[in-house]
Design a protein around this ligand. Structure first.
Ligand code: SF4
Length: 508
């Protein structure tokens, strides 16, 4: 008896899943048995290798080169030449797409779209469960679950559902379990499941399929559901990646994902789901984070540490800056006075920091203030200069089409980016989605953005006429094509983006 924890398809297959690995560690500390399966990685590798007799030349070529591409993406040499890396990623993506097409799904290495099922409609998810044999990952999950359930005989199966791209396969797997293993309890947790539960008026539409939907971090609810013996220890748990196939991920060695907190210490940005859902900031004490990271590095010898926090707190950044890790690390930071200090950035570099992800969002101070971003453009400018001097790549996120922005402010963002183009390592451009139940939605004229009862976003009439179509046209035709910005956008690793960007930082 115990629990089988599943990371379902589909998410980028470049690092082991942190959520199930952390749960396993918490369960183990309470004397409970668990096993974990990464059906995402296994399913993708199976599908890619299953493609037979493609009709077009490009897919034939991709198939011929498959063993070499897999080997190169798992070795340093695959990241030495950007053109070779791009070609390997695109070929794998082509093969996955071909395999999915044969089963009515649009698959890529980062996304899953179905011809006629939507992950934001509960009735479609229930249909995915009823028609589980049609899911492109069925051959993998049916075989692997049969083996795992016979070997370990768990009483419960838990799913870590974080992205929309995982929802259809998650329900297909649940349908398979319900049909073939009737006595099992099914638990659904993870970021997406939490967002569903936090919708006002939530009523579980999956009651026939799922026994329990977890709201927030899963450790506590799972421990009580499984009747953990003795008192429940309340603390953060270092992930246990041991049972996962660590050599199979598409990276030149192990990328070690580690989360030092849940929620966000800032938690004020108006457009952010962290605020809309009222997620509480729950940090691990910085000294404890450092101790755990040192243990994890000694145990698994990763090539890169990926800090998963929504925003690294100033206290943790300060502690990180005092360390000397043997392994490079990267993560999200807010733009604060801390980074406007060159000596601090130099200390971060010494500690192993190779890249910081910065949510700048806009190059207009009025927009930033209205979004309650808490970012000063003067500080942002000094931060970008300091990071460049320290040798830390800045991966900058910009957000267009917020209610506070019009074309004039979007042009300010363009100008800011051009002025700092020599200091920006990578750029991510996004168009604003309005959280359906956030503070801003109450002040705008809204309607459902997706046709689905599980949709987390609303469309809205832009108060200044800066419609989605106009925003898209500006981003595609002007921003992306600007001669100072286009080279930055082109060096973003295709599909894997920030997950692989640190491997290209020093080679530019
Ligand atoms: S800093 Fe990032 S995670 Fe935190 S509230 Fe703002 S957008 Fe959300």
């Amino acid at each position: 008896m115990g629990i089988l924890l599943i990371h379902p398809p589909l998410s980028k297959p470049c690092e082991p899943p942190a959520g199930v690995a952390r749960l396993r560690s918490a369960l183990h500390a309470h004397g409970l048995r668990s096993s974990i399966l990464d059906l995402n990685l296994e399913g993708m590798l199976h599908l890619i290798q299953e493609v037979r007799d493609p009709s077009d030349t490009w897919t034939c070529r991709a198939l011929r080169k498959l063993p070499a591409h897999l080997a190169s993406l798992r070795s340093d040499s695959g990241y030495k030449r950007f053109a070779g890396y791009q070609s390997a990623v695109r070929d794998l993506n082509r093969l996955l797409h071909a395999a999915g097409r044969a089963r009515g799904a649009g698959l890529s290495l980062a996304n899953y779209q179905h011809r006629d099922l939507s992950p934001v409609r509960s009735r479609d998810l229930i249909r995915a469960a009823e028609r589980f044999e049609e899911d492109p990952f069925y051959p993998t999950f049916s075989r692997r679950l049969q083996q795992a359930l016979e070997t370990d005989s768990p009483s419960t199966v838990g799913f870590s559902l974080n992205y929309l791209s995982q929802a259809l396969s998650t329900f297909a797997i649940i349908g398979f379990l319900r049909k073939n293993f009737r006595g099992l309890k099914v638990v659904l947790g993870g970021g997406l499941a939490t967002s569903w539960v936090r919708r006002p008026g939530w009523q579980n539409p999956f009651s026939g399929l799922v026994n329990f939907v977890v709201d927030g971090p899963g450790e506590g609810p799972l421990l009580s559901l499984l009747n953990a013996p003795g008192p429940v220890k309340s603390r953060a748990w270092a992930p246990d990646y041991d049972p996962l196939p660590l050599g199979d991920y598409l990276a030149p060695g192990l990328i070690l994902p580690y989360s030092a907190s849940s929620g966000c210490y800032w938690g004020r940005c108006l457009f952010c789901p962290e605020k809309a859902e009222g997620n509480r900031f729950q940090p691990t004490v910085p000294r404890e984070v450092i101790r755990e990271l040192e243990d994890l590095v000694a145990r698994w010898r990763p090539v890169l540490i990926h800090l998963l926090d929504n925003a690294l707190s100033p206290a943790l950044l300060g502690e990180l800056a005092r360390q000397r890790f043997e392994v490079p690390w990267y993560g999200f930071s807010r733009i604060t006075e801390q980074l406007a200090d060159l000596d601090f950035c130099l200390a971060l570099k010494e500690s192993g920091c190779v890249m910081l992800q910065l949510g700048l969002e806009s190059g207009d101070q009025g927009v930033l203030d209205q979004l309650q971003k808490g970012v000063d453009l003067g500080v942002a400018s000094r931060t970008l200069g300091n990071l460049k001097r320290a040798g830390i790549a800045a991966y900058v996120y910009l957000l267009f089409g917020t209610p506070a922005e019009s074309e004039a402010e979007a042009r300010q963002t363009l100008e800011f980016a051009v002025r700092h183009s020599g200091q920006i390592g990578f750029l991510n451009l996004a168009i604003f989605n309005l959280p359906a139940h956030g503070e801003e939605a109450r002040n705008l004229s809204t309607q459902f953005f997706y046709e689905g009862d599980l949709s987390l976003y609303s469309s809205f009439a832009h108060p200044r006429g800066w419609s989605r179509d106009r925003v898209r046209s500006f981003v595609e035709k002007e921003f992306r094509r600007h001669p100072a910005l286009s080279p930055i956008l082109k060096r973003d690793p295709p599909i894997f983006t920030s997950n692989h960007a640190p491997f290209f930082v020093e080679k530019r």
